[in-house]
Design a protein around this ligand. Sequence first.
Ligand code: ADP
Ligand code: MG
Length: 249
Amino acid sequence: MGILEVTGVNKRFGGLQALGDVNLNVQEGVCHAIIGPNGAGKSTLLNVLVGKLIPDSGTVTFDGQSVLGRKPHQINQMGISRVFQTPEIFADQTVLENVLIPCFAGRDGSFRMHAYESVGQETDIVTQAMEMLREVNMEKKTEMLAGSLSRGDKRRLEMAMSLVQNPRLLLLDEPTAGMARADTNNTIDLLKEIRTNRNITMCIIEHDMHVVFSLADRITVLAQGTPLVEDIPENIKGHPKVREAYLGD
Ligand code: ADP
Ligand code: MG
């Protein structure tokens, strides 16, 4: 049994079948990539996993418990954390303050004001946040405003905000989108370090094949809302169905 199991998931937007009978089984501890051409349904699937979209049919379970019908912050509390395509950070707050936010609240940010009032008294949480920033090599930038960081550092900060909650499953939506090669390679290294340091399962949506083949243990290829193939990276490279799906993309 996988830590994340998706069976028979369908999602329509009007006349468009964005997801058609999607089955996905993510084993604990692996990095599982979901790839596919634009419009394949990757983001839609991720939105279903985090509770932002409710599928028309099908089941989604995490660690044997149903995810469907739960609100995003409840799914977050189950141990699923998401890193967004565009980093969702608080630009006017310092790096440290950004990491403290999910320590006090959830990623939904609903108790943010309460969080600030409590800072200072909760030194163990500050220590925890500092340790987290060290893990992502941001310990020298704790007092910088998040908005002033480079794109790569913003990604590191967002990763810290997710990981400080100790998720069991980290969902990454195109973590290197729009990055220059150097930042992309930095992000790959960071994700590798995180996997070495933590017992974590990763599910990564990614367009960049260099990133996918650097990180993934298993790959599911999605095309027109339906999984085409699922296999180890070596068997995905050059797979005729995969090449066909990517033609014209
Ligand atoms: P991907 O992330 O693989 O590029 P998406 O999941 O974003 O693909 O989109 C899959 C299909 O569903 C696309 O054709 C897209 O236009 C459509 N789609 C996605 N979200 C919506 C929405 N909220 N309303 C209508 N159509 C949508
Ligand atoms: Mg997308």
